[in-house]
Design a protein around this ligand. Structure first.
Ligand code: NAP
Length: 287
């Protein structure tokens, strides 16, 4: 029988730990503040921003919302980022993606002070992760590590396969598994004999961006399978990159969608805010 890794429960534990920490910081006169910038009115972004604000309110983080119109220029947005970089009362800055087409996401993300880059997307933070220095880590892969650790799944010495090499999930995921002493292989769209490689995995992390792509024949008996994917079916139900029904019976543990990796992303964003704010510098590994 396989274990279902409960991301809802684990993310709640993390939020409760952070709430205590924020209360202790408040008692010392320190407030944690996150600036959230949204440009335009993309409905999905609206939902994500709403979830982040809700989590801030629960934990006791002050969230400052900057809701800018679609026609905001790149220059205006860069000016706001510069102003928030200089504002000592702001600990973290988050720019909700995607941005409207006339604004370069790259230019804006590069403009954020790496010490306030709670999404962990700035090249300085990506570089710090890859050379083992402290820094903000991209929230979704950081959440996967917490799911594994808090479910009692050892990473050290394990054969870990990451399916996907995006900058925000696959690559930092591989770096984090390596940092935990896993033996890591990264697969992508040009990988040959994909199933042979995924079948070697003790821990398989799937971030391929294709609904129900991974089926039972991709998985070794007793493997741990983490599904990062999020998709909405034709009947409006959520599903992942893993075909849960065909894969789960072959695993020792698996994340569901919804209720697996998804809730961890916001929890780890909150973690980055609290750690960054508490030290007023890049975060350390405390979880
Ligand atoms: P992405 O940028 O589209 O990257 C997908 C990766 O999969 C790429 O590296 C691509 O290879 C690889 N790939 C595509 N088709 C493949 C195939 N047939 N065989 C092998 N590899 C293949 O996606 P992402 O941003 O990493 O996101 C992945 C999934 O996670 C999506 O479903 C997304 O919605 C979800 N997501 C969830 C959260 C969360 O909070 N839970 C956060 C972020 C993303 P190439 O590099 O060669 O193109």
């Amino acid at each position: 029988m396989y274990q279902i890794i409960d991301g809802k429960k684990i993310s709640q534990q993390i939020k409760d730990e952070l709430k205590e920490k924020v209360a202790a910081l408040k008692a010392q006169g320190k407030t944690i503040t996150l600036a959230v910038i949204q440009v335009g009115s993309d409905p999905a972004s609206g939902v994500y921003v709403g979830n982040k604000k809700k989590a801030c309110a629960y934990i006791g983080i002050e969230s400052r919302a900057y809701e800018l119109p679609e026609e905001t220029t790149q220059e205006e947005l860069l000016q706001l980022v510069a102003q928030l970089n200089a504002d000592e009362t702001v600990g973290g800055i988050l720019v909700q993606l995607p941005l409207p087409g006339h604004i370069s996401e790259d230019k804006v993300l590069l403009a954020i002070d790496p010490k306030k880059d709670v999404d962990g997307f700035h090249p300085v933070n990506v570089g710090n992760l890859s050379i083992g220095r402290p820094g903000f880590v991209s929230c979704t892969p950081a959440g996967v590590i917490q799911l594994l650790k808090r479910s009692g799944i050892e990473i050290q010495g394990k054969e870990c396969v990451v399916l996907g090499r995006s900058n925000i999930v696959g690559k930092p995921m591989a770096m984090l598994l390596l940092r935990e002493n896993g033996t890591v292989t990264v697969c992508h769209s040009r990988t040959k004999n994909l199933k042979e490689i995924t079948k070697r995995a003790d821990i398989l992390v799937v971030a391929v961006g294709k609904p129900k792509f991974v089926t039972g024949d991709y998985v070794k008996e007793g493997a741990v399978v983490i599904d990062v994917g999020i998709h909405r079916n034709a009947d409006n139900r959520l599903c992942g990159d893993v075909d849960f029904d065909s894969v789960a019976p072959h695993t020792s543990a698996i994340t569901p969608v919804p209720g697996g990796v998804g809730p961890m992303t916001v929890a780890m964003l909150m973690y980055n805010c609290v750690e960054g704010g508490a030290k007023n510098a890049c975060n350390q590994r405390i979880l």
